[in-house]
Design a protein around this ligand. Structure first.
Ligand code: SAM
Length: 277
């Protein structure tokens, strides 16, 4: 009889957010598969959990997976945790969970904190539909290309961003999606220096530039979807082409920006690109 793989969410800052069920599972399993055993060790010792750990991170995922599946197959139970929050959400574990299902091993989730849902729930932006974009590409050209693809997305968007890129990322967002687009920046959620700022992308960019929002800690950015019906189905290039056939390029970009809610400068640049093709 195979053991059970438990997927256990852990706090994203405040240790009191570990659920009693998560605490119980961590103490009861044979083995805890952790992204960083030193970091998880601190959590376990805080809660007096003595269960042995096994490292599973992105650099050893294949080999670690095989070993864990062997132990699960032999009837042991394993809890998968990540450094913070919910495993697999921009964290390792996908291969293990998938393989466990393929091998008929029971997978049980013990839900709890995630920076995604924590930020989204406090953002005051529509939550009936949203998309999680995780981390944007690190290189500016690739990041801007991805943001241009997302400019017409009508669902609320959730992004993770690394501390050293948050300013550049919000600047790019303001330029490509429009400085007036509503957004919410969550910094250091559930921690001592928690700061949540709601405002337009332009205001958030200014706050980061002035230091009113310190460039320190961990960030989640929630951005309102495009208004005005510029959904994924709208062909922006075609709209721009039609307008530019009748109007000077700057005027075409201005009207397209009003119709779609996208940034006027980004649309103007796109028009120039189209003209160069
Ligand atoms: N699996 C995790 C979860 O469910 O929250 C996310 C892991 S991902 C590698 C780490 C990113 O999550 C950080 O770079 C940051 O964008 C976000 N994050 C994690 N904890 C946070 C916190 N306390 N406040 C704000 N953002 C946080």
């Amino acid at each position: 009889m195979s053991g059970t793989l438990f997927i256990v969410a852990t706090p994203i800052g405040n240790l009191d957010d570990l659920s009693p069920r998560a605490r119980e599972a961590l103490g009861a399993v044979d083995l805890i598969a952790a992204e960083d055993t030193r970091r998880t060790g601190r959590l376990l010792s805080h809660f007096g959990v003595k269960t042995p750990q096994f490292a599973l991170h992105e650099h050893n995922e294949n080999a670690a997976c095989d070993k864990l599946l062997g132990r699960l197959g032999a009837g042991e139970s394993v809890a998968l945790v990540s450094d913070a929050g919910t495993p697999l959400i921009s964290d390792p574990g996908y291969r293990l969970v998938r393989a466990a299902h393929e091998q008929g091993i029971a997978v049980v989730t013990i839900p709890g904190p995630s920076a995604v849902t924590a930020a989204l729930s406090a953002a005051g932006l529509p939550t009936d539909r949203f998309c999680f974009e995780g981390f944007l590409p690190a290189r500016q050209a690739a990041r801007r290309a991805r943001l241009a693809e997302l400019a017409g997305e009508t669902r609320t968007m959730v992004f993770f961003e690394a501390v050293h890129r948050i300013r550049a990322c919000v600047d790019d967002l303001a330029e490509i999606m429009g400085a007036k687009r509503e957004a919410f920046l969550a910094r250091e959620l559930t921690k001592l220096h928690e700061q949540c700022v709601r405002g337009s992308l332009g205001e958030l960019a200014a706050g980061l530039a002035s230091g009113a929002i310190p460039g320190k800690g961990e960030f989640v950015l929630v951005v309102a979807g495009a208004a005005g019906g510029a959904g994924p189905g709208v062909d922006i290039d075609r709209l721009l082409g039609d307008l530019a056939a009748q109007l000077p390029a700057r005027e075409a970009a201005r009207i397209a920006a009003r119709a779609t809610g996208l940034g006027r400068n980004a649309l103007y640049r796109r028009l120039l690109e189209l003209a160069g093709d």
